[in-house]
Design a protein around this ligand. Structure first.
Ligand code: ADP
Ligand code: NI
Length: 214
């Protein structure tokens, strides 16, 4: 259904994120799009809304595009150009609004479509890809990988979360290990369990190597 609009969205996102190296790149969006579609099929959500919301979920992200974030101007312009009706546009913008993580104050979407896209976005911050993204993000923001002198601070509120200058390893404790318990769907919870365990094993190995006994 409407596969040309989906293809247009893929092309639009590819161009928009051509120069992003912070972890919000085109490939992140494509992984979220595929995972959200899998979750939507299992959960019986509206596939068209899920696909477009996933593809557009970072187009007006607060960190990438602070000026268009509030009203989702880019997503709306794309949907208008592709003649998506007003009701569907509102559904998609609602889903996009509910998706992003805002520290411990994060909202749980009240639509099944929102739950699928939020879970898919969060799953992409976990596992092997999640580890790679975290260090890529940390490097691009000139953060230390790890500093034993700086302890992690979990349970930060929205303001604190956005202003925190922590290390990348701390980010695992401040955000990534909190995600499993915040999954909305059972399918995502199972995947999150496996991905988190992989990350915990990685951190254990990392600490072993860091703490050389001499
Ligand atoms: P989302 O894709 O849900 O909008 P974010 O913008 O919070 O997520 O993060 C995008 C990616 O960058 C994620 O993989 C996340 O782990 C990583 N990231 C965000 N903040 C940090 C940080 N302070 N240190 C390391 N990685 C981070
Ligand atoms: Ni995202």
């Amino acid at each position: 259904m409407y596969s040309y609009i989906i293809n247009n969205a893929i092309e639009y996102i590819k161009e928009l994120f051509a120069s992003d190296f912070t972890g919000h790149d085109f490939q992140h969006t494509m992984r979220v799009y595929k995972m959200a579609t899998v979750l939507a099929q299992k959960e019986g959500a509206d596939i068209f809304v899920v696909k477009l919301s996933a593809l557009l979920h970072d187009a007006d992200d607060r960190k990438l595009s602070p000026d268009t974030c509030e009203h989702k101007d880019r997503a709306r312009a794309f949907l208008r150009e592709n003649e998506v009706d007003d009701e569907t546009t509102e559904k998609i913008c609602t889903v996009i609004n509910q998706v992003s993580f805002k520290g411990a104050d994060s909202v749980s979407p009240d639509t099944l479509e929102g739950k699928c896209v939020q879970d898919a976005d969060r799953l992409d911050a976990l596992g092997a890809v999640g580890i790679a993204r975290a260090f890529a993000y940390g490097g691009s923001h000139h953060r230390a990988m790890y500093d034993p002198e700086i302890p992690p601070r979990p349970n930060m509120g929205e303001q604190e979360y956005f202003t925190s200058e922590s290390t990348t390893v701390n980010h695992f404790y401040e955000k990534l290990f909190l995600l499993k318990s915040m999954m909305n769907t059972d399918t995502a919870r199972v995947l999150a369990e496996h991905r988190e365990q992989f990350m915990r094993d990685f951190i254990a190995e990392f600490m072993n190597e860091w703490n050389v006994q001499f």
